[in-house]
Design a protein around this ligand. Structure first.
Ligand code: CUA
Length: 299
């Protein structure tokens, strides 16, 4: 199986190599002509031949063949990128302002992409709000995430390790925060991770993992610092000014407010922050309860 990295690198090196050879050959010829035909060597202009059939044929055919070979090679690479190998594992990738979330065939949801080494992964990409672009430089793949549409790309990690993934389509103030990690683990390690829903029992209980998984921490800090949205540290019991139906209200944050703010964030906007949070109305009552419980403890 040709990996996406190999497919792209081969074409790149081929075109780059030809470009270097041409650059050197043309520059050398130019310099040679300047010296060879300098005025001091040829004070009187001389008539030159009007045409040379062999020369003209050669400089038409050779470059055409070179360009066609680049196209053919590029086409091979493109075909590799677009044809997912059989038996690839399907992972759903969803982009939203401003985080990525990955859903596995068994329902496991994660905010980082953990993959088994040596196994092809097919990414089924979409967006919940605006255009994003899922870009993994190490595997040379990059594809738009379009709301209401599914795009795909595939890759295989041949070495264990961690690789960066970015959003490569400007999508708003926290575009740069849409960075995540691809973790390639040996098959057995991966299976271990895949079968467990959470990393550790602790993480499952304290809800921090959940906030990361749902992308909350992309905009809300847990340490008091101001990001796109208000910090979640000490949010419970905080007094805030909100705008409801265009009217200003002052309220103390309680469980009910937190639930409303997660399910329908636009209804009561905290003043001083942009109205950009997507509605989390798809969370189950149980999930919502867990998050609110965690926020209550986060003091
Ligand atoms: Cu998402 Cu840029």
């Amino acid at each position: 199986m040709t990996t996406t990295t190999e497919a792209v690198d081969q074409v790149f090196l081929y075109i780059f190599g030809i470009s270097v050879v041409l650059l050197l050959a043309i520059t050398a010829t130019m310099v040679w002509f300047v010296v060879r035909y300098h005025r001091t060597r040829q004070p009187q202009p001389q008539a030159s031949p009007r045409s040379n059939l062999w020369l003209e044929t050669a400089w038409t055919i050779i470059p055409t063949l070179i360009v066609l070979s680049m196209f053919w090679y590029g086409w091979q690479g493109y075909t590799t990128l677009r044809n997912v190998p059989e038996g690839a594992m399907d992972v759903k990738v969803s982009g939203r302002k401003w985080s990525w979330s990955f859903t596995y065939p068994n329902g496991r949801v994660s905010d980082i992409l953990v993959v088994p080494v040596g196994r092809a992964i097919r990414l089924d990409i979409t967006s919940e709000d605006v255009l994003h672009n899922f870009f993994i430089p190490a595997f040379r793949i990059k594809r738009d995430a379009v709301p209401g549409m599914h795009t795909y790309e595939w890759f295989v990690a041949t070495e264990p390790g961690s690789y960066d993934a970015f959003c490569a389509e400007y999508c708003g103030v926290a575009h740069a925060a849409m960075i995540t990690t691809i973790e390639a683990r040996p098959e057995a390690d991966f299976d271990d991770w895949y079968q467990r829903k959470y990393e550790t029992k602790e993480e499952q209980e304290n809800g921090r993992q959940q906030l990361a998984t749902y992308g909350c921490t992309g905009c809300h800090s847990l340490d008091g610092s101001k990001m796109v949205g208000p910090t979640l540290l000490g949010i419970f019991g905080r007094q805030v000014k909100v705008t409801r139906n265009g009217q200003e209200h002052s309220l103390i944050i309680d469980r009910e407010y937190l639930k409303r703010a997660i399910v329908d964030p636009q209804a009561e906007l905290t003043q001083g922050y942009p109205p950009v949070m997507p509605a989390y109305n798809w969370l189950t009552a149980e999930e919502l309860e867990k998050i609110v419980e965690y926020l209550e403890e986060l003091q």
